[in-house]
Write a protein that binds this ligand. Structure first.
Ligand SMILES: [Zn+2]
Length: 253
């Protein structure tokens, strides 16, 4: 018996450049690696034949977040040393138990983006978010929209999971939902398109976030498990790696 021959394709990462850059998540100059992703034909998950380049991304060596290459051109408009406290993040953490006047909502540092101001500002800011954060936000919204109705319970679960995993808070969730709704993209297709720009840490967090959403109602049914496994496949993760994350997620009592 030969059994199954498992073949497919997978992106393989290599470092093509390194240096120092301004990482918005770390809020400071940090070492980075510019990674190039090459598509390979794989046999039993072993990359054998290179099929061409898929793209590049920047990985912060401090926080391990990944960004589009253009982040290297970005400089904070405010001198980091003169920046007032508290330190801004791409999206700042909401303060628990704070009153509405002091609650911080989606603070995005201002960049000197004068070179390409033909692009709408919001789109630029979205692009400069860590790839993981952007992917989790969009995928969780897609999961919320899966049954066609959005209820308050789902919104509060979204905020909790998104904050737990990324440390960030989405100010105008209903606007974000409208944007995702308008695109009518399938989650698997979306994940395939972003897999190139996520490292192992990022992919793990995406799957973890999905599992937390699935487990939020107190149980995970087989269809939800199947869906999460499909998401892992779309992200080019090994089944064993996805299973390890699934096993770690604790279902709330
Ligand atoms: Zn960083």
């Amino acid at each position: 018996m030969l059994g199954f021959i498992i073949f497919g394709t997978r992106g393989v990462r290599s470092t093509v450049e390194q240096g120092q850059f301004y990482c918005p998540q770390c809020d400071g100059q940090k070492p980075y690696k510019l990674k190039k992703v090459t598509q390979f034909f794989t046999l039993y998950f072993i990359p054998l034949i290179p099929l061409g380049s898929k793209g590049k991304y920047v990985e912060c060596q401090n926080c391990k977040n990944t960004y589009i290459e253009r982040i290297l051109e970005m400089k904070p408009t405010i001198d980091v040393s003169e920046r007032p406290q508290p330190k801004p993040q791409v999206e700042s953490r909401p303060r628990i138990d704070s009153n509405p006047q002091t609650e911080t909502v989606e603070q995005i540092p201002s960049y000197d983006t004068s070179a390409d101001d033909e692009k709408p500002r919001q789109r630029q800011e979205e692009e400069l978010m860590p790839a993981k954060q952007r992917a989790i936000k969009k995928l969780l919204i897609m999961m919320i929209l899966a049954d066609g109705v959005v209820d308050d319970q789902e919104i509060s679960v979204f905020h909790k999971v998104y904050k737990d995993i990324t440390g960030a808070y989405v100010g105008n969730i209903y606007h974000e939902i409208d944007v995702v709704k308008g695109k009518r993209e399938k989650p698997e297709e979306y994940l395939k398109s972003v897999a190139t720009f996520l490292n192992e840490e990022g992919k793990r967090d995406v799957i973890k976030a999905c599992m937390m959403i699935a487990a939020a109602d107190g149980d995970i049914d087989p269809s939800e498990l199947k869906m999460v496994k499909k998401f892992g496949e779309a992200l080019e993760m090994r089944p064993a790696e996805v299973k390890a994350i699934i096993d770690q997620v604790i279902i709330p009592a």
